[in-house]
Design a protein around this ligand. Structure first.
Ligand code: BG6
Ligand code: MG
Length: 212
């Protein structure tokens, strides 16, 4: 194994809670029921596909124009929450684990569906840190399609089978498996039967076979 491709939201940084807060406010304003369980289905899924899931509970139909306005509203709320992001919002164990993997010679990449990836990486002090960044801005198909990870592996010039993908989303695990990567699941994805390696904390990565 030569590289790790990390999902961003909910794996490297606690922005998953801001996604939840922004969707919750948008849904509440529309009078649409929304809770953390529904939110778990949005993990790894693009903004418009996420909106489709939120609107499953709506009591009326929304036009395409209204849908775009709602997605923009959610993103504005989300970006407002991102303003306060600092390196302290990196999730527990992330800094130390990445440093150790790098010292062992692994290449490190990000594979995220989020179009806000560059902003977030800058704010948490990881602008320019990764060997490759593949995100919502360079893909046409969101997870569970493997495109975002395939592009990351291409940037690293490595075949999929030499890369671990670390994910908190079931859609992300499906994407990793579909692309031929070795999947590592944390959080929600640690409770998924398709996940190859289930971990409780970020530093558990260091105990995976072929790592140290
Ligand atoms: C993923 C999140 O990382 O990015 C999803 O898990 C989110 O919840 C998706 O919908 C798209 O993010 P953004 O920032 O482009 O709206
Ligand atoms: Mg995630």
């Amino acid at each position: 194994m030569k590289a790790f491709i990390f999902d961003l939201d909910g794996v490297l940084v606690s922005t998953d809670k801001y996604h939840y807060q922004a969707w919750k406010k948008m849904a509440d304003d529309e009078g649409i029921y929304f809770d953390e369980k529904i939110n778990d289905r949005l993990r790894g899924v693009s903004r418009m596909a996420s909106l489709g899931i939120v609107l499953e509970r709506a009591r009326r139909q929304y036009t395409e124009e209204e849908k775009v306005a709602l997605a923009n509203k959610k993103n504005d709320l989300y970006r407002d929450l991102l303003k306060n992001l600092t390196p302290a919002d990196r999730l527990a164990g992330v800094t130390e684990t990445l440093e150790k993997l790098r010292a062992e010679g692994f290449l490190l990449a990000v594979g995220s569906s989020s179009k806000n990836t560059p902003t977030i990486l800058d704010k948490i002090g990881y602008g320019g840190y990764f060997d490759a960044v593949s995100d919502g801005n360079n893909i046409t198909k969101s997870k569970p399609d493997p495109e975002v990870f395939v592009k990351a592996a291409e940037m690293l010039k490595l075949p999929a089978e030499e890369c671990f993908v670390v994910e908190d989303a079931k859609a992300g695990i499906d994407a990793a498996k579909a692309g031929g990567f070795v999947s590592v699941g944390i959080g929600d994805a640690a409770h998924y039967d398709k996940t190859d390696y289930k971990i409780l904390t970020m530093s558990d990565i260091l105990t995976l076979p072929c790592v140290i």
